[in-house]
Design a protein. Structure first.
Length: 318
């Protein structure tokens, strides 16, 4: 038997409950599940499995494919009916509404929706008020507590921003400890050595370069690589070519594209000169002598005498 709130929800969305979801649009916003259901299957699942799995006596927290489809279906239908943008859902009380419809806590539903969002989803521009709230939350929760920060941030601002977006906003933009000055030559050289030694572990390298974020470090690395590759005529960078460039940087103690190109040119010039000298010397002094076309043959007989300075034996018999 369906709850009264579910019945009211179906009445609000009307005949749209029998229409297919706009999968093409939804796949741009959320990780759309492979498991799909008709409206009749969805209602049966809600009554016989979903509510049983998530009743008060259950500790189930894993989000199954059918659970995802049911939730996305509900949110999409309500958003379409109320003409809501997806970034407005929390602000407009959608998850509070479904707390009663699906009989699950609003915070739980919000977390599940955030986990379904694609990381490339475009959001509204950040406001100064959001930045200030984020700074305060970061001071309240130091360390690697971005999940907690993301939850509180969403409740305080009513704007839906996923955890990665919040972390990157703080680390790359508003953190007062960020060094926003251009990388010095010494920093660039150290960065390239770290990248070679630590296999491009950007977060690990950031710990060794105070004030520099992992994102800025990665961008600086890529910029240096492209400039060097262009200067020494390497096209289409790949892992092998990057390793080659890193070896050059370590060998010649510089990551400046012009200096590296100059060093490589000097080596090539020296090698070319050396080859020319060797070829000239060979032509003048290393002419092979004409040797006999036969090899000395040693004959073993009694009373054999070998005459000196002759390449073959002279035999005398008694």
């Amino acid at each position: 038997m369906q709850s009264l709130k579910w019945t009211e929800f179906l009445q609000e969305i009307g005949d749209s409950k029998d229409l297919d979801l706009n999968e093409e649009q939804l796949k741009q916003i959320v990780k759309f599940p492979k498991q799909k259901m008709t409206f009749q299957q969805l209602e049966h699942y809600l009554s016989n499995e979903f509510k049983v799995h998530f009743n008060q006596d259950s500790n189930r927290s894993k989000w199954h494919e059918k659970d995802k489809y049911l939730f996305i279906w509900c949110v999409a239908k309500l958003a379409e009916k109320r003409n809501l943008q997806f970034y407005e859902l929390h602000h407009k009380g959608v998850f509070a509404y479904f707390e009663k419809v699906l009989d699950l806590p609003e915070q739980f539903l919000l977390e599940k929706w955030m986990s379904l969002l694609k990381q490339t989803l475009k959001q509204l521009p950040w406001t100064p008020e959001e930045d200030q709230i984020l700074i305060q939350l970061r001071q309240k929760y130091p360390g690697n507590k971005w999940t907690i920060i993301a939850k509180e941030f969403t409740y305080l601002t009513k704007n839906l921003r996923y955890q990665k977006q919040i972390r990157e906003r703080y680390n790359n933009v508003i953190n007062s400890k960020i060094n926003k000055k251009p990388f010095s030559h010494q920093e660039k050289y150290a960065l390239m050595l770290y990248a070679k030694k630590m296999n491009k572990n950007w977060s690990g390298i950031a710990k060794l370069m105070p004030g520099r974020t992992d994102n800025k470090i990665k961008n600086c690395y890529n910029s240096i690589m492209k400039k060097i590759a262009k200067k020494i005529h390497l096209n289409e960078l790949n892992s092998q070519k990057e390793k080659y460039i890193l070896k050059l940087i370590k060998k010649y103690h510089t990551c400046d594209p012009d200096e590296l190109a100059s060093q490589i040119e000097k080596v090539q010039t020296n090698l070319s000169s050396l080859n020319e000298s060797l070829n000239t010397f060979n032509e003048q002094h290393l002419i092979s002598p004409i040797l006999p076309s036969f090899q000395p043959i040693q004959l073993i007989y009694p009373f054999c005498y070998f005459q000196p300075n002759i390449g073959f034996p002279m035999q005398f018999f008694q």
